[in-house]
Design a binder for this molecule. Structure first.
Ligand code: GLN
Length: 536
């Protein structure tokens, strides 16, 4: 394969049309034809990364192997492609400006006036090309966040315009817009798309392919109209109709020949059709479940399911693997009280306590851990969820009154969860947690060993607090045991209660590693345990 090709995906008319899913689906199809593909997300906000953003603002913060705190779309990229992303796959305006300003301070611009064009756009182009160079990808797909016409995305569109004119780069622009359906007149409307393409043209960019998000099928007239008004040929007008699961989108895009059109336009050589057997098999299992289990997800951001995106997708993967539909009941931890928790949690086949930060809703999570332990309901605690299980066990089994994490109560008499040594003295909150992949050794015979079927694993982290090893002996004697330990630092990474059917708390985030092709073993086993619980 000759030189890397660059595909840009821009959005128009409205946000949330699914640029991330279209990008991931196209990448999947190209990967399934044998190309090496990666996807990059550009976020036009000024934060350096979404790590400091409240989930209400931005949904989940996704963590890569190399410890970057990134946009949740990177999770989709990994789930679709089954290949890891890295720090270079997420670029923000904050990062771009930070690099340029740092260079200016060092005097690298030799006295020149530093400007958006060319300095900021040069830095944008450098970051886009970095992936092509570094990893020798055949194709780099760059999703530009926001909507065309936004002030903050202008420099990115300008960078695309410049790249189109550079002789030595092959690029293609895909524009995703919405074709609204007007119920009153029973019509699909193309005018917003025409305007959106005009806005792109004003910025000097002619899209090569237009993907139209729609709730009704597009007829030939609509397609012809868009082609005519937006200066593209008919095969470059692609329908993206609403579907019940995002995992159907690659199959739909294949039907619309999006991959074939891209290949033709980029002059790529590819024979035959994408190899999607495993993907279709997954889809088939997903769409034809044999049963259903109800799992409670206890968290404080449940009004916004995007805050737990990777967890809910992991349930989708694990459900399909078990031929079961996982019905997630989103339970607000602030609403769980002594007076109602037994009633609220009674009909669940499994309980998952979500990750989180801060005091809000913590007692509700601790009650949920208590309920799972006392009633032998399959339990999965992730990060803060694991810490809650430890606190609950300390308070109610070891009788350590007011045991807590020092994150929530600095003066607790029993700091069973405490700040990690390496975190002491850190004041900046951005990018300073224990982040990314760390090794963990599993104890043979444990439920987690049964799931992974090996001793040495790597999982991704995002936390500052840890199980306080001063209490380890006491816990072990009373029945909560460490079944996963970091071999280098001795940090407890997993706790289990072996006397119960499936009670597992993990300090890391398994949800970041679950993909369609490799559903995460802990989610698969948790759902299996929930099915068994239902049957008993
Ligand atoms: N707040 C806890 C910590 O920092 C848990 C973090 C998490 O759930 N990701 O250790």
């Amino acid at each position: 394969m000759s030189r890397t090709k660059y595909i840009f995906v821009t959005g128009g008319v409205a946000s949330s049309l699914g640029k991330g899913i279209i990008s991931a689906s196209l990448a999947k199809l190209l990967q399934a034809r044998g190309f090496k593909v990666t996807i990059q997300k550009i976020d036009p906000y000024l934060n350096i990364d979404p790590g400091t953003l409240n989930p209400y603002e931005h949904g989940e913060c996704y963590v890569t192997d190399d410890g970057a705190e990134t946009d949740l779309d990177l999770g989709h990229y990994e789930r679709f492609l089954n290949t890891p992303t890295s720090k270079a796959n997420n670029v923000t305006t904050g990062r771009i400006y930070q690099s340029v300003i740092n260079k200016e301070r060092k005097g690298d611009y030799l006295g020149k006036t530093v400007q958006v064009i060319p300095h900021i756009t040069d830095e944008i182009k450098r970051r886009i090309k970095l992936l092509g160079k570094k990893d020798q990808y055949d194709i780099v797909i760059t999703e530009i966040g926001g909507t065309v016409g936004d002030i903050e995305s202008l420099p990115y569109i300008e960078a695309v315009r410049q790249l189109k004119w550079e002789k030595n780069v092959d690029i293609l622009v895909i524009h995703l817009t919405l074709v609204p359906y007007l119920k009153a007149s029973g019509e699909l409307k193309t005018k917003p798309t025409q305007h959106s393409v005009k806005a792109l043209l004003e910025a000097g960019v002619q899209p090569d392919i237009i993907v139209l998000r729609t709730e009704k099928p597009l007829n030939d007239d609509i397609r012809k109209k868009v082609a005519l008004f937006c200066n593209v040929d008919l095969p470059s007008v692609i329908e993206s109709i609403d579907v019940s699961t995002i995992y159907e989108v690659p199959v739909l895009m294949q039907k619309e020949k999006l991959d074939q059109t891209v290949i033709n336009k980029l002059g790529l050589k590819s024979n035959g059709i994408p190899e999607l057997a495993a993907w279709r098999n997954f889809l088939n299992q997903l769409q034809n479940p044999k049963g259903m289990v109800k799992v409670g997800l206890i968290g404080k951001y449940v009004e916004l399911p995007d805050a737990y995106k990777s967890i809910s997708e992991s349930f989708v993967h694990a459900g399909a693997t078990n031929n079961t539909k996982v019905d997630v009941e989103w339970i607000h931890s602030e609403k769980l009280k002594e007076s109602n928790f037994e009633k609220v949690l009674r009909n669940l086949d499994g309980i998952l306590i979500a990750p989180g930060f801060g005091h809000r809703g913590i007692e509700g999570k601790i009650l949920a851990a208590q309920y799972a332990r006392e009633n032998n309901v399959p339990f999965f605690g992730i990060c803060l969820g694991m810490q809650c299980a430890v606190i609950e066990f300390g308070r109610n089994v070891l009788e350590l009154e007011d045991a807590h994490s020092t994150e929530m109560n600095r003066k607790t008499p029993y700091p069973v969860i405490d700040l990690m040594e390496e975190q002491k003295g850190i004041l900046d909150i951005g990018g300073t947690m224990r982040l990314g992949n760390y090794p963990c050794s599993l104890k043979k015979g444990s439920n987690v060993y049964k799931a992974y079927k090996k001793v040495d694993i790597f999982e991704r982290h995002r936390h500052r607090y840890e199980f306080n090893n001063l209490y380890l002996k006491e816990y072990e004697i009373s029945g909560m045991v460490p079944t996963g330990i970091n071999p280098e630092s001795n940090l407890v990474e997993i706790v289990e209660i072996p006397s119960l059917s499936w009670f597992v708390g993990v300090q890391f985030h398994p949800e970041y590693k679950s993909t369609v092709i490799n559903p995460h073993p802990l989610f698969v086993e948790f759902i299996k345990a929930a099915i068994e619980h239902q049957n008993s």
